[in-house]
Design a protein around this ligand. Structure first.
Ligand SMILES: [Zn+2]
Length: 301
């Protein structure tokens, strides 16, 4: 019998926000996660480019192994028979009736990393316009698993520079959108049984990303929900999101394998998982850097 830890998981990825949440004025984020588990030193994937990073989060696999790039996910639907099924596929297999949603401003995520036959509700729009749509979806469908990607912060990073006043201001504006989505889960009556996660895929340096500087590779990762330990998350990689979601859904994760699944459950989130060994996987970050200079809806590297 399944023992789900939460009935709902909502994940919001703020593209290109890196660890800049700590520098921006984010009253909602601060309030939402004041009793949650937070770090500004989660490790991104290498290279620090969107498709590589989202591939890691949704497949639990390093970019050197999954091989997805921005142009691949834009051009090719994700194979239905991949040996690295997405989180959506894994949840669908375990829960045929689950309501699953992928609301990504950068639509190639939904098409190029998620199987088209996994029964995933989806919409794509600019994050400001997409947020009310997401809120309606939450209230109507009370999704089991909802994955949201907001792209505008990365766009401002590319055009105005990462860590600049303009970039931090857009994080401030997105902070209000995050709160709207949280409020929708409150209104839907599901928040007490929801794992709520906000993270970034990568940061940036100057006007680009793809390299491995501190402001590109260190990102925000914040988790709240019943039973989440308040404090700082220890070592964590963005692909660990995959292991956390399977844990929540009581789905057995694949064996740790450097040629495949390397997502792990970090310490500092749930007491009962702190007994697990967290392996050092820093040697897996050896893939060559690639630099991404343009706003990433057209950032085809
Ligand atoms: Zn990105």
């Amino acid at each position: 019998m399944s023992e789900r830890k939460y009935s709902h998981v909502i994940v919001i990825v703020v593209d290109g926000a890196g660890a800049f949440f700590k520098d921006a004025d984010t009253p909602n984020f601060d309030k939402l996660f004041k009793d949650g588990a937070v770090t500004y030193r989660a490790i991104s994937s290498r290279p620090t480019i969107s498709a590589e990073c989202y591939g890691s989060m949704l497949l639990g696999v390093d970019p050197a192994i999954h091989g997805l790039t921005n142009s691949k996910v834009d051009e090719k639907p994700y194979p239905l028979d991949s040996k690295f099924p997405s989180l959506f596929r894994r949840i669908r297999n375990a829960y045929p009736d689950a309501e699953l949603g992928s609301y990504c401003q950068w639509d190639p995520i939904t098409r190029g990393i998620v199987e088209s036959d996994a029964g995933v509700s989806n919409e794509s729009a600019h994050d400001t316009a997409m947020t009310p749509i997401i809120c309606d979806y939450i209230k109507e469908k009370k999704p089991d698993f909802l994955f949201v990607q907001m792209d505008s912060v990365d766009g401002v990073g590319h055009s105005k520079g990462y860590g600049t006043e303009a970039h931090l201001h857009r994080i401030h504006e997105v902070d209000a959108l995050i709160n709207d989505i949280h409020d929708a889960a409150v209104d839907a009556g599901i928040i007490d049984d929801t794992l709520f996660v906000v993270l970034a895929d990568h940061g940036g340096e100057g006007y680009s990303h793809g390299g491995w500087s501190d402001t590109e590779r260190f990102v925000t990762f914040a988790v709240k929900g019943k039973g989440v330990e308040k404090g700082e998350i220890e070592e964590i990689n963005i692909r660990d999101l995959a292991a956390m979601v399977l844990y929540v859904f009581d789905i057995e994760a694949p064996e740790f394998d450097e040629e495949g699944w390397t997502a792990q459950i970090p310490h500092g989130i749930w007491k009962e998982t702190d007994a697990l060994e967290y392996r050092d996987i820093s040697h897996l970050t050896g893939a060559p850097a690639r630099i991404s200079k343009v706003a990433h809806t057209s950032e085809l590297v």
